[in-house]
Design a protein around this ligand. Structure first.
Ligand code: PMP
Length: 305
């Protein structure tokens, strides 16, 4: 990733991609205390447009506030950095990664007098699990790793260190022939995927876990609003793994994963074993919105130029 042409916004300047480096004593590299976002820009008839940029930037600031990290830029400056990262790399569509991290001024856990750095990079990143997965769905397994507890780490923060748990769960799932993990909370109820929120359809009602230990996903909010506009009842509740086994449809949502059908959990086929009709309708509405073809809410798109 580091060896390519392009520019990265780093601490207020566009820096050559290969020169956007940090010191090995970078504090966040050692302890994972940093915050980031995953944002996407899509190609629209008016050019590249970033989906729900303001909401992503707000979550970045919320994450920083939760970790008590003071970001040295305004939300407007960060939004502009996103637009610049896409524009100046001549991208029509992009995955955008902003991150705030501590510098290398000290190593103590007190984290005093550390500079907060901010970077925003953008690159092309097609469908997270390939195009086929969008229709066929993916096989997932219940993870042996428990999702974060609300008083162990901060679940509302999209914090770097939180992703060690995600990576362990995803690796375990991949090594056992699945494509993604379903993590349960510390009481055994469904929390989320390694980087996605979870939804299921059961008897015409859509269910998703409450926001206790899962991330307040922006795609989750989008899909809930879209489903309600279609007259679908959406309920947030505790979900057990066996409820998922007997659901009519299930899918994941996330900026990277978009709307991804789930074919099976722990070898139990869910519904018809491929993308269900509600999943398909929501997926179409989602893609029509993000690409500006038939936007559900035009104000969710921020043009890059
Ligand atoms: N949960 C986790 C753990 C994630 O990393 C993500 C991706 N940011 C999501 C859920 C989905 O969030 P969003 O829809 O905002 O991308």
């Amino acid at each position: 990733m580091s060896d390519r042409d392009g520019l990265i916004w780093l601490d207020g300047e566009m820096v050559d991609w290969r020169e956007a480096k940090v010191h090995v004593l970078t504090h966040t590299l050692h302890y994972g205390m940093g915050v980031f976002e995953g944002v996407r820009a899509y190609e629209t008839a008016q050019g590249a447009a970033i989906f729900r940029l303001q909401e992503h930037t707000q979550r970045l600031f919320n994450s920083a506030h939760i970790l008590n990290m003071k970001l040295p830029y305004s939300k407007e400056e960060i939004n502009e950095a996103h637009r610049a990262a896409v524009r100046e790399n001549n991208l029509n569509s992009a995955y955008i990664r902003p991150m705030a991290f501590y510098g290398s001024e000290g190593m103590g856990l007190r984290a005093e007098n550390l500079k907060v750095h901010v970077m925003v990079a953008a690159w092309e990143w097609p469908a997270y699990m390939g195009e086929e997965a969008k229709t066929k769905g993916i096989k997932i397994r219940t993870s042996s790793y428990t999702r974060h507890h609300v008083n162990i780490t901060m679940c509302k923060a999209k914090a770097n260190g939180n992703y060690m748990n995600s990576m362990l769960a995803l690796r375990e799932a991949l090594d056992s022939g699945c494509e993604e993990a379903l993590l349960l909370d510390n009481e055994g109820y469904v929390a989320e995927g390694s980087g996605e929120n979870f939804f299921m359809m059961s008897n015409g009602v859509m269910y998703t876990p409450e926001l206790t230990s899962c991330l307040d996903g922006i795609t989750r909010r989008t899909i809930m609003e879209m489903a309600r506009s279609m007259g679908i009842e959406v309920r947030e509740k505790r979900i057990t793994r066996d409820e998922v086994y007997i659901a009519d449809e299930a899918f994941f949502t996330g900026t990277a994963a978009e709307v991804l059908p789930i074919q099976s959990l722990d070898g139990r086929v869910i519904g018809a074993g491929s993308r269900g009709p509600v999943t398909e309708k929501l997926q179409n509405m989602y893609f029509d919105t993000v690409t500006g073809k038939a936007p559900f809410k035009p104000e969710w798109l921020t043009l890059v130029k």
